[in-house]
Structure formats: structure tokens, C-alpha cells
Design a protein around this ligand. Structure first.
Ligand code: PBG
Length: 325
């Protein structure tokens, strides 16, 4: 027995640390969320997310192509309609000529199968009340009426060229209802990266700027309570049973414990979304000179991978992919 145990031997040189690193971060692990907006003359920087832009339909393809050339694993697209194009049912989300569906069609024509094209399958960007679904008589979000809208939206996005759909509204049964609609329309090959455990988070604040959200109030009747861990596992089990192809935990950094448990029990790939507020916090601290920006970004992404994410959605995807390759 040798009592002089020294773990530091494996930390002596950069080459030694590289040899024994348990977690890796590669460009293919990173997915870039992108915003495409109608009614802008030029790309518009999102004030609460410096460095992230709402693209115009014209500026989007070059930015998407640059990200793909940097090596990202995929793109996740969000549409931002004009305020006057929003309505109670979120019609812009199902309209083949709505801003998101047009952009998907353009990007698929431009990029083909060179990347994995994903779309946010949710109504909140398109509804005038800002909720993720349609409202019932007493103003509540009507789960089953919303499922019908998601089914229509999913088919429209598949027809526009999305490879993977991202249902993010946390309605019960959304994965099964989208699966059935896709299959009935002949889109058996289009899959779902399901936002399975999505929490009602204060860290979504900057995103609501990014999509010009009309929401007043909150999403606590459909998104999960941050206090709950077991409930996330139940949501994941349901989504797996309903046919999810990838399951997601969101946000990432405040929910790494949940991410680890999901990764341990999922038999499909697991994604985590490093959301707008996470981006804004690191960016703001770096702008103040309070943290080392590049190091903090890499450390945050590595921690999300270490907690079990196969795939990380991050607004830094293109930048970091470029740096890694
Ligand atoms: C809903 C949706 C949201 C995000 C992704 N999809 C916002 C919300 O639930 O309020 C947040 C992403 C982010 O904060 O970066 N369609």
C-alpha cells in the first residue's frame, strides 16, 4: 500500500491533461439557434443578447452557411413575424408563407442535407397573446386544441424542409400528436428533438426580446416548476413513450442535476439548451471585464456536456465551432 497518492501527477502538463480529459467538446455537438424576422430592413442586434441578431430572410442564408462551414451540428430556427401578423391562433406558424416556413424552405434549398435543420414547433412567436398555445373560454391555455395546431404546424414545417422539429410548448401529448400527424402526411423520416423537461425560467427574459414576445403573465401552467426533479423524469418517460427521437432539458446551467438524471435513463440522444439568459449573463460579465469571456464560454459548455448532454444548443455554437476546428 502506497499512501502517497497524488492525483496532481495527471495534471502536470497540457499534454497530460489532454490525455486524461473525460469530456470532449466538438463542433458537431453544438446547435446554433437562429432568429429570422419579417419587416426588418437589415439584421437587428438583440439588445439583451449582444452579438445575436434577428436576421432578415435575405441575411439568414449567409449566416447559416457560415455556421455550417464552421462545423456546427445543426441549426434551430425561430420565426419572428410582424406584430400585425400575429393572431389568437398563431396562424403565421402554420401558413406555408409565414416567416419561419419560408426561411426553412430557403435554407433547405441552400444547404440540402449538409446540416440538420431544426424548427421551433411552438405558437408563442405567432400568437398575439404570446402563449405557447391557443386559449380556451376562460383564458386558460387549452391543451388539446393546441395539439391540433401543433400537428398542423409540424406538417407545414416538414413540408418546408425541416429535418427535426422542436416542440417546445410543454403541452401534454404533443410528441405523440405531432408523430401521428407527420406519419399521416408521409413524413416518417422527420423526427423530433422534444423539449421534454422545460422549466418556467426567469432566464428566458432576453429570448422574449429576441422574438418580440407579446406575453403578459407567465407560463407556469405548462412549463415545469423549478422545484421539481422527479416530474422531469416523468415528462421524459412520456416523451420517450410517445416517440421522441431526442429529448431535451432546458435551461441548462441551473438544471445540470436534472440533465444528469435524464442522460442516465434515456436511450435516445439527450440535448440541453443553454438559453438566452445564460448567454446574457456571461456576455454582460465579460463586457464588464469581470470574467474571461472565452474561458467562461468553454467551461460552461464543457459542464453541460459533462452533465450528460450529447447535443448543446448555444448561441455561441458557430463561434466555438470555429475556435475548436
Ligand atoms: C418557446 C421557446 C422559448 C425559448 C425557446 N423556445 C421561450 C419561452 O418558453 O418563453 C427560450 C430560448 C432562450 O431563452 O434562449 N417557443
Amino acid at each position: 500500500m502506497y499512501p502517497d497518492v497524488r492525483p496532481r501527477r495527471l495534471r502536470t502538463t497540457p499534454a497530460m491533461r489532454r490525455l486524461v480529459a473525460e469530456t470532449s467538446l466538438e463542433p458537431r455537438h453544438l446547435v446554433l439557434p437562429m432568429f429570422v424576422a419579417d419587416g426588418l430592413d437589415a439584421p437587428r442586434e438583440i439588445p439583451s443578447m449582444p452579438g445575436v441578431y434577428q436576421h432578415t430572410p435575405d441575411s439568414l442564408p449567409a449566416a447559416a452557411t457560415a455556421a455550417v462551414e464552421a462545423g456546427v451540428g445543426g441549426l434551430m430556427l425561430f420565426g419572428v413575424p410582424r406584430a400585425e401578423d400575429k393572431d389568437a391562433r398563431g396562424s403565421g406558424g402554420t401558413d406555408p408563407d409565414g416567416v419561419l416556413n419560408r426561411a426553412l424552405r430557403d435554407l433547405r434549398a441552400e444547404l440540402g442535407d449538409a446540416t440538420v435543420l431544426m424548427a421551433d414547433t411552438c405558437l408563442d412567436e405567432f400568437t398575439d397573446h404570446g402563449h405557447c398555445g391557443v386559449l380556451g373560454a376562460s383564458g386558460e391555455v387549452d391543451n388539446d386544441a393546441t395539439l391540433e395546431r401543433y400537428a398542423e404546424m409540424a406538417v407545414a414545417q416538414a413540408e418546408a424542409g425541416a429535418h427535426l422539429l422542436g416542440p417546445s410548448g410543454m403541452m401534454d401529448g404533443q410528441v405523440a400528436s405531432i408523430r401521428a400527424a407527420l406519419d399521416a402526411a408521409g413524413h416518417q423520416d422527420v423526427g423530433q428533438i422534444a423539449y421534454s423537461a422545460k422549466y418556467a425560467s426567469a432566464f428566458y427574459g432576453p429570448f422574449r426580446d429576441a422574438v418580440g414576445s407579446s406575453l403578459e403573465g407567465d407560463r407556469r401552467t405548462y412549463q415545469q416548476d423549478p422545484a421539481n426533479r422527479r416530474e422531469a423524469l416523468r415528462e421524459v418517460d412520456l416523451d420517450l413513450a410517445e416517440g421522441a427521437d431526442v429529448v431535451m432539458v432546458k435551461p441548462a446551467m441551473a438544471y445540470l442535476d436534472v440533465l444528469r438524471e435524464v442522460a442516465d435513463r434515456s436511450d435516445v440522444p439527450v440535448a440541453a439548451y443553454q438559453i438566452s439568459g445564460e448567454y446574457a449573463m456571461i456576455t454582460a460579465a465579460a463586457q464588464n471585464g469581470w470574467i474571461d469571456r472565452e474561458a467562461a464560454i468553454l467551461e460552461s459548455l464543457t459542464s453541460i456536456r459533462r452533465a450528460g448532454a450529447d447535443i448543446v444548443l448555444t448561441y455561441w455554437a458557430a463561434e466555438v465551432a470555429g475556435r475548436l476546428s
